[in-house]
Design a protein around this ligand. Sequence first.
Ligand SMILES: *Cc1c(COP(=O)(O)O)cnc(C)c1O
Length: 380
Amino acid sequence: MSALAEALVDLDAVASNVRAITSVTGTSLMAVVKADGFGHGAVRVARAALRAGATWLGVTSVTEALALRDAGVTAPTMSWLHGPNDDFGILIKSGVDIGVSTTTHLHAVADAVHLLGVPAMVQLKADTGLSRNGAAGDDWPELVAWARKYEREGGIRVRGVWSHLVDADLPGAPELSRQVATFEEALRIARSAGLDPDLVHLANSAAALSAPRTRFDLCRIGIALYGVDPFGATGPGEFGLHAAMTLRTNVINVKRVPAGTGVSYGPEHVTGAPTTLALLPLGYADGLPRAAGGRAEVWLGGRRCPIVGRIAMDQCVVDVGDLPVAIGDPVVVFGPAEGDQSPPTVVEWARWAGTNPHEILTGIGARVARDHLHGRARTS
Ligand SMILES: *Cc1c(COP(=O)(O)O)cnc(C)c1O
């Protein structure tokens, strides 16, 4: 291993998560592989998910969509976050569905169609409460009317109508019912204007697993694909999801210190007793959030040991007490439990840092090598 740390990605876990999720939803599954597959490697995850039965891939941008196509991934793909001057022509030529939220974007897609002489597949997004992308209020009927006009002219086919939820991890929330109703109204408006979308979709992971009325034709699955329970379970949870990523490294220095020794910058931490400190070559530039300092733990020497002192850009220090730890010993920062090994999970890291698991996974830095495996990572 030449990198100082590795993110081992178990593609069998991704496949098993696809099967677990579709057995609950009974719908088609879009594997959301934006942000390099939540840091797991978009192309490898996409292939594993497709083999396990996913039928769609979801990405945010032209760049991400083309990365899949350049790698030879030809499965149905939708991209949904675009500037008005994006190269829609290349998406059209690559057979990528374009998520469209405004008439500005729709006209730009129509222009690209005109130039190319090749029709575009678009999926219209309604805003049902997030107030981000999507068309709301009077903008929706206008978007729909323009789309229908272009469809009649033959340049554009509206394959899908979709939206995104606000509080999908709170299945009982009144907000969810309100959003589903808003979405159904948007759908009614689209159909009565003459659109006939084959794909209606609303649910992300949390909604797909917990709120049947959000499932429609397709569920867009991100976090659950990577084996993180969207409801905060630290293990497989009630849906039997398997964490795909193990973040591991090795101890690069060990020192025995007396009580009263300051550790790392500050120092905010001073040892209370004689102890052994182990240095890890991972810091916030590698995705260990600085905000998790003082709470975070890692798996080292057969148990969980606390990170002490500030997490620095490139390194952090673990207090291993009297454990006989040596330079080179393996460390699991997070990963699935395995046998008698129970390292922290991504969900725990998210709690320690006051954020969500998505941010932990997508924050793993470029210095961390990605290694793809079939089956559980051997971490020791
Ligand atoms: C990221 C994203 C998803 C995936 O959400 P999860 O909660 O991770 O399943 C689904 N839909 C859209 C529009 C997204 O941006």
